[in-house]
Design a protein around this ligand. Structure first.
Ligand code: ATR
Length: 298
C-alpha cells in the first residue's frame, strides 16, 4: 500500500452510526490493490453537524464522501449540483468534491443494483419487474430498472400513497418503461407472479429478523425468475428462502453493496477497475455472501 504522504487524498463515509460499516474495509482494500494514494475513513456525524461536516471536508480538500443513514436525503441541501440520479432518487450516497470547488451530489445505489443484476446474468432491458417497497432503496431500484430499459415496473407497497408518489415522481425519468403500482394488501402471490421475470424486495422487512418476510402465502415462481433482496444481512433472508423453495433463482444484497461502492470509488479516483474480478475478491474478504456486519451500513 502506498505510504501516507503529503499527497495522500482523503475519502470517507459520513453517517450515524458508522461503526459497523463495511465501506472502509471495502474501499481501502481496493485502494491498496490498485496502488492508489488515497485513504478511506468512517466519520460519525450527527444531524446537527451535517452542514459543518460537509463544509469542513470541502475546506480540507477531501476528495469524496459516501453518505449513509440518516443523512442521504438531508445532505441534498448541502450540494451545489445534483446529478440526475441524485435528483430522481431524492437521495445522495456519494459526494464528489470537484477541483473547481463545486460539491456534486450523486447516487450510485441504482448502478450497484443494475451491476449486481448483470453479474448474475440478468439483463433488465425489455423485462417485466415487480418491486416491493416505495422508500429510498426502492427509488434507486425503479430508477435503475427504467434507465436500463425495463419494459414494465410494478411497485407494490404497504402504504399505497407512497407507491403512488414514487411512480408519479419517477415518471419523468422512466422513458418508455411503463410504471404501475398497487397496495401490498391487494396484491396476490399466486400465478400473477409469473408475469414478472424479476422480483425485488426493497422494503426493510427481514432486516435483522430472519423470521419475517413479505410473503403472506407461498408464491408461485419458476426457475426462469430472479428474486433479489436488497438486504445483505442476514443471507439468505426469509424472503429469499421461500423464493428459492418455490423454485426461483435468488440473489442477496451483498453484491449490490460492493458494486455501488466500486462505482463511487471510480467516480472519485477515475481508476479503471475490473469490477467482476474485484467483486469476487471482496465477497470473500468481506465475509462471503453472509455479510458479517450490521445491516444496511453502506
Ligand atoms: P429505505 O431507505 O431503506 O428504503 P425507507 O425509506 O424507510 O427505507 O422505506 C422502507 C420501506 O419498507 C417502505 O416501502 C415501507 O413501506 P411503507 O411505505 O408502507 O412505510 C416498507 N416497510 C417497512 N416495514 C414494513 C412492513 N412491516 N411491511 C411492509 N412494508 C414495510
Amino acid at each position: 500500500m502506498v505510504k501516507i504522504n503529503p499527497h495522500t487524498k482523503l475519502l470517507g463515509l459520513i453517517g450515524d452510526p458508522v461503526s459497523h460499516s463495511l465501506s472502509p474495509k471495502l474501499h481501502n482494500y481496493v485502494i491498496k490493490k490498485l496502488g492508489l494514494n488515497y485513504r478511506y475513513l468512517a466519520f460519525s456525524v450527527n444531524s446537527g453537524d451535517l452542514s459543518s461536516a460537509t463544509s469542513g471536508a470541502r475546506a480540507l480538500g477531501v476528495k469524496g464522501l459516501n453518505v449513509t443513514v440518516p443523512h442521504k436525503v438531508s445532505v441534498v441541501r448541502e450540494v451545489d449540483e445534483l446529478t440526475e440520479a441524485g435528483e430522481a432518487t431524492s437521495a445522495v450516497n456519494t459526494l464528489i468534491f470537484k477541483e473547481n470547488d463545486l460539491l456534486i451530489g450523486d447516487n450510485t445505489d441504482w448502478l450497484g443494483f443494475i451491476d449486481a443484476l448483470r453479474v448474475n446474468d440478468f439483463d433488465p432491458a425489455g423485462k417485466h419487474c415487480l418491486v416491493f417497497g416505495a422508500g429510498g432503496a426502492a427509488r434507486a431500484v425503479v430508477y435503475g430498472l427504467a434507465r436500463a430499459g425495463s419494459k414494465q415496473i410494478f411497485v407494490v407497497n404497504r402504504t399505497v400513497a407512497n407507491a403512488e408518489e414514487l411512480v408519479e415522481e419517477l415518471q419523468a425519468y422512466s422513458g418508455s418503461t411503463e410504471l404501475g403500482y398497487m397496495g401490498l394488501e391487494d396484491f396476490s402471490f399466486g400465478k400473477e407472479m409469473l408475469d414478472y421475470e424479476l422480483v425485488v424486495n426493497a422494503t426493510s422487512v427481514g432486516l435483522e429478523d430472519n423470521h419475517r418476510s413479505l410473503w403472506r402465502e407461498k408464491p408461485v415462481l419458476n426457475p426462469d425468475q430472479l428474486v433479489f433482496d436488497l438486504i445483505y444481512n442476514p443471507f439468505p433472508t426469509q424472503f429469499l428462502k421461500v423464493a428459492s423453495q418455490a423454485g426461483a433463482k435468488v440473489v442477496g444484497g451483498m453484491e449490490m453493496l460492493i458494486l455501488q461502492g466500486l462505482r463511487s470509488l471510480q467516480l472519485w479516483t477515475g481508476a479503471e477497475l475490473d469490477r467482476e474480478e474485484i467483486l469476487a475478491e471482496l465477497k470473500k474478504y468481506l465475509g462471503g455472501k453472509n455479510g458479517s456486519q450490521g445491516p444496511h451500513c453502506w
